[in-house]
Design a protein around this ligand. Structure first.
Ligand code: FAD
Length: 416
């Protein structure tokens, strides 16, 4: 793999940057692989990287219907955190945050990883109670989550001038999660793709999978694409938001619903907030990018859909909520907005699991799955290689729905 460094940048500058190698190849699609991964998003590419690096499995094809890294990995608001509620979830996210910390070096690409701290603005007693439970549980698993006074909260977030004692929902408390970070999302996809490719994994863009194929023995046998049939002993469905449309082609119904989540970006302004601000009671969160834009996220759509645009009423709710706490932001112009399709399991916990179809694996239900990309890919690779779950994802198996062994995780960033 071509190494990126200050020295290589200077060397290529001398030849006007005309001799950089492509970051990944465009190989010819073969008709058989040991493993097919469907979806070149964060989780699919990370799984390919760890399959090759940790398990020596390189006869792998990643099939992507569009362009690499063009799905939700490019559409999220880049928040990385581990302040989850349940014993089953916290260790997984703590691991993911720790993998993120070393990822720039591991992948040799500048991910612009920046530890920012997330501050929760608490406005109701039930949320305060829930957030205290998160604090106590997080402490058991090494996730830092600490209370601060309202005065300290206002000091750390200067534009937070709403939510006073006479307002509809006065601010009651603040909670600080110092492990929270942001990082450049596309670079995560590019870094994993570049590394997997360099170890022999093939990435095929513009190759949609139309259906999953079953062999005479009932196991998965491969996939059907417009470019022909591709056979494989093992197939992983990692298509965030589109999981059910694929698994239903092999008769597998999953407890997932697909739902739209949107993000909004303002014009760039001077530095105003240097932390990620999360207001779970009113359903809005925001951070400021290096370019000065405010990146704002709100609640999901109320109903299920595969839409990727923005529902006007959800946009208005999010902006109205933000202006309650940040009245000065009413002068900001909005520059861009977009949506993505996520799938969500009934207990809001991901599914990383083998399925009743032998050789078929799914990684789905990633509601806030950007932060989970390193650990999600790492544990999925372990599952594919060993046909047995890594201990970190044992609670995320499909069996939990059969045994009513749910891992109930409510959203930490949005009210719905
Ligand atoms: C607006 C928004 C804000 C978000 N904010 C955050 C956040 O702040 N923090 C956080 O942790 N998470 C966040 N998320 C969630 C996060 O982006 C996703 O959970 C995560 O990216 C999903 O995993 P992925 O990267 O593998 O998905 P994707 O990047 O969507 O990868 C799936 C890939 O599968 C491909 N595909 C689909 N169907 C097929 C097919 N039939 N054949 C071949 N390929 C197929 C798609 O084209 C896509 O490239 C947000 C999501 C959205 C939409």
């Amino acid at each position: 793999m071509q190494r990126y460094s200050l020295f290589s940048l200077a060397r290529h500058a001398l030849t006007r940057h005309r001799h950089w190698q492509p970051a990944w190849r465009t190989p010819t699609l073969r008709d058989r692989y040991e493993v097919v991964i469907i979806g070149a998003g964060g989780h699919g590419l990370a799984a390919a990287h760890y399959l090759a690096r940790e398990h020596g499995i390189t006869d792998v094809a990643v099939l992507e219907r569009g362009w690499l890294g063009g799905g939700n990995i490019a559409r999220n608001t880049v928040t990385i955190r581990s302040n989850y509620l349940r014993d089953e979830s916290i260790p997984f996210y703590v691991k993911s945050v720790s993998l993120f910390e070393g990822l720039t070096r591991e992948l040799n690409i500048n991910l612009m990883y920046s530890k920012r701290t997330m501050i929760d603005v608490v406005q109701t007693s039930p949320k305060l109670r829930e957030i205290r439970r998160r604090m106590l549980n997080g402490a058991l698993h090494g996730s830092t989550y600490e209370p601060i006074s309202v005065e300290e909260l206002r000091r750390r977030i200067p534009p937070l001038t709403g939510g006073g004692p006479d307002s509809r929902l006065p601010i009651m408390a603040g909670m600080v999660h110092t492990d929270a970070a942001v990082c450049r999302h596309d670079a995560v996809a590019w870094g994993y793709a570049r590394s997997a490719d360099s170890m022999g994994v093939e990435i095929h863009q513009n190759t949609p999978v139309l259906s999953l194929l079953r062999g005479a023995d009932g196991r998965v046998a491969g996939v059907q694409t417009p470019r022909g049939t591709v056979r494989a002993n093992k197939v992983a469905v990692v298509v965030s938001g589109h999981t059910t449309t694929l698994t239903e082609t092999i008769g597998l119904r999953l407890p997932l619903k697909t739902i739209n989540l949107a993000a909004y970006v303002s014009e760039p302004v001077k530095p105003l907030v240097d932390v990620i601000v999360n207001c779970p009671d009113i359903g809005v969160y925001l951070s400021q990018s290096d370019r000065g834009e405010l990146i704002i996220g709100g609640s999901t759509d109320p109903g299920q859909s595969f839409r990727r645009d923005v529902k006007q009423s959800v946009f208005e709710d999010s902006v109205a909520a933000m202006l309650e706490l940040f009245p000065s932001f009413r002068r900001l112009k909005m520059m861009r907005q977009w949506g993505g399709t996520l799938d969500i399991a009934h207990d809001a916990t991901p599914i990383v699991s083998a399925t009743p179809v032998g050789g078929l694996y799914v990684s789905a239900g990633w509601w806030g799955g950007f932060k989970a990309v390193p650990a999600g890919g790492w544990t999925l690779a372990h599952l594919i290689a060993n046909d047995a779950p890594h201990p970190l994802i044992e609670p995320f198996s499909l069996d939990r729905f059969r045994h009513l062994d749910y891992v109930m995780e409510s959203g930490t960033t949005t009210a719905r």
